[in-house]
Write a protein that binds this ligand. Structure first.
Ligand SMILES: Cc1cc2nc3c(=O)[nH]c(=O)nc-3n(C[C@H](O)[C@H](O)[C@H](O)COP(=O)(O)O)c2cc1C
Ligand code: SF4
Ligand code: SF4
Length: 251
């Protein structure tokens, strides 16, 4: 049996969760859904593998760009766990959507996880998560999933979420201030090719998915979203974020 992680993690929270879940899995091969130059139709998983698919929740749904790339991969009936990572507000239809697109990729969903990671826009929510205890718990989830896969049990658990899915909202578009040094790193790493090399301080609003990668990797902290919009968004989710959410395993 081969082991894979297929992840979309613009700012690293989803990756932390994925690593914790797969910590006891042997030799996990990583497939990164954030690389726009990859031809995902060329990727074919070895038959009967175990694969973890992880994505963040953006407005209660998964990023469409990541779902489309996932659907191009040939899963060859491998068993899979889908993992929705969210910033302690809610993940709503993210897992349901991931379930549908995982099946489009030809994998069998045998488990699902929802897990909390630091909010990638409003960092005070779920700050520092996943913490040590969260990671230990996620590792245990990973062991239970491994046990199910190895014993060849393929039943699909109940997975929460609605169809039709929630509509994705409009996001915040970052731009750079005068501390931009024109290094080009943001353009190189943007998953959506939304930053032109000829206009490095701006993001194309028609392409940008508000994933916050450019903000988190800018070496001079030049790239930002509107402070006013962030305050408004923070106030809007304050109540929902006031209760610390627990990680969940559906198996
Ligand atoms: C555009 C956007 C929308 C988000 N929407 C939600 C949401 O609806 N619910 C929530 O709990 N967290 C939300 N978050 C927080 C992310 O789901 C969370 O921080 C996640 O860990 C980000 O993954 P990453 O660190 O791998 O990029 C949102 C973040 C972004 C950038
Ligand atoms: S990463 Fe920052 S400094 Fe470099 S080009 Fe982008 S905004 Fe400018
Ligand atoms: S420009 Fe938009 S899509 Fe590209 S990295 Fe920045 S936030 Fe993400």
């Amino acid at each position: 049996m081969k082991y894979y992680q297929i992840i979309f993690s613009p700012t690293g929270g989803t990756e932390k969760v994925a690593k914790a879940v797969t910590r006891s899995w042997p030799q996990v091969e990583m497939i990164d859904l954030s690389v726009s130059s990859t031809n995902y139709t060329d990727i074919s998983l070895e038959r009967n593998s175990l694969v973890l698919i992880a994505m963040p929740s953006f407005g209660g749904v998964a990023p469409q760009l990541a779902l489309n790339r996932l659907a191009m991969v040939r899963g060859n009936e491998s068993k899979c766990v889908i993992v929705a990572v969210y910033g302690n507000r809610a993940y709503e239809d993210t897992l349901a959507q991931m379930e549908d697109y995982a099946e489009k990729a030809g994998v069998q969903v045998i488990a699902a996880i929802s897990a909390v990671a630091e909010h990638s826009i409003i960092h005070k929510y779920a700050a520092g998560r996943p913490n040590f205890e969260n990671c230990e718990e996620l590792k245990k989830f990973g062991n239970q999933i491994l046990e199910k896969a190895v014993s060849d049990r393929c039943s699909k658990p109940y997975i929460p979420g609605n169809r039709p899915y929630k509509k994705a909202g409009t996001g915040m578009i970052p731009k750079a201030d005068s501390s931009c040094t024109f290094c080009g790193l943001c353009a190189q790493k943007c998953p959506a090719e939304a930053i032109s090399k000829d206009n490095l301080k701006m993001s194309d609003k028609n392409k940008c998915i508000s994933c916050m990668r450019c903000v988190s990797i800018c070496p001079t902290y030049a790239r930002k979203v509107s402070g006013f919009m962030t305050l408004v968004a923070s106030a809007a989710i304050k109540k929902a974020c006031s209760v610390e959410k627990t990680n969940e395993l559906y198996i």
